[in-house]
Each structure stands twice: as C-alpha cells, then as structure tokens.
Design a protein around this ligand. Sequence first.
Ligand code: MN
Length: 229
Amino acid sequence: MSDYVIDPPPLPSLPISGRAERFPLRRVFCVGRNYAAHVREMGNDLREPPFFFDKPADAVVESGAELPYPQATADLHHEVELVVAIGRGGSGIAAEAALSHIWGACVGVDLTRRDLQADAKAKGRPWDMAKGFDRSAPMAALVPLADAGPLDAGRIWLSVDGAMKQDADLSEMIWPVADCIAHLSSLVELAPGDLIMTGTPAGVGPLAPGAQVRAGIGNLPELDFRIAP
Ligand code: MN
C-alpha cells in the first residue's frame, strides 16, 4: 500500500565522472548577466548587477542526449555555463567560505527560448517559460571540487556543428563563483543537491533542428548533445 495517491516522481540526478554513485538534484539556480561582453551583446546596462532565476531540477538532461526541438519557440538559444553543485547548505554564506560549500562542478548549457524571453522582458513578465522548460539544462558529468581545477579562471567554450560560437574565460565573470554563492545564500537557504549555473559569456545564438552542440570548461568532462532533426 503506497503512501501517495500517484507514483512519486523520480529523483533527478547527475552522473559523477568515474564513479557509480550519482549526485541527487534539489534545485537549479541560474545567474543572469554575469559576463560583461554578454551583457553588452544583449543590449543591457552594465551598471545593473547580476541576478538570479531558476529552472526545475527535472529540466536537467545528461550529456549525449538528443533533445526534441522545444515546443512554443522558433528561436532556441545556447548559453554555455560553469555549473557548481552544493554539497553543504547554508544561508548568509561569506564569499571567503563559499568554496567549502561546493561538492563539485560540471559543464552545462542554459537553453533559452529567446523569443519568449524577449516577449517577457517587453511585458515585464517572469522568465520562467523562456528558461525553465522541459529538457532546458543539458549537463555533463560532475567532477568533485578537488579534481575540478580552478573555478575562477580557465577557458569556457561552445561549438555548434564544429564552429566555435562562445569562447571566453571564467575570469571574466562579474560575480566569481564565491560571490554567486554569497549573494544567492543571502536570498535563499542553500541545500545539498542545489546547482548554480553561473552565467554565460558572449556569443549566444540560435540552435536549429539537427544542431550538434559541444561545450567545455578547462579540464572538466565535455558536454555534447544534439537537437533532433
Ligand atoms: Mn544563462
């Protein structure tokens, strides 16, 4: 006899590089406008600080997937981002202590229905339907922090059909990872299983049906996925 009136939903999780255990997911927070060149390419004001939005945890899909072209859009965009996974929760975390709350890191892409986002911006409406749609967060395998390499410098890149589209450095972040954790934990109490997508550099652009996407950061495992033809 079940305690629930419907089957409980599966727990979203990410694979861990080289390990059989998986990392269970709680929430996915995202940083907006965290690289100056991307703020400029979107026509936004550099005097405004970065900010947060979120995606449902079940929007995460693993590397190697083929994703159907999402419904309700004609302008699907890629945004490559460093993702950090929280292993120890807390609120009011100081930037100096932030790294001790990180379990690991991976490469992710913040897929965006740019046409819906533009419409939401124009009408002063929330971004949820532009950002938090089904399968909107492809991610590679997680790497424990000790093996992840530096999170404050290193190449971050994304190619589409073999052509380089985004190519920047983590050191260009307006809020480095530690600042993202400090700011976010001043708004919500972070918990183990939370992910933070830390914003995208310049070069965002459209993904057509059939597009083959590859993305990398430093020595982290690469992410690849395909949009169905
Ligand atoms: Mn983004």
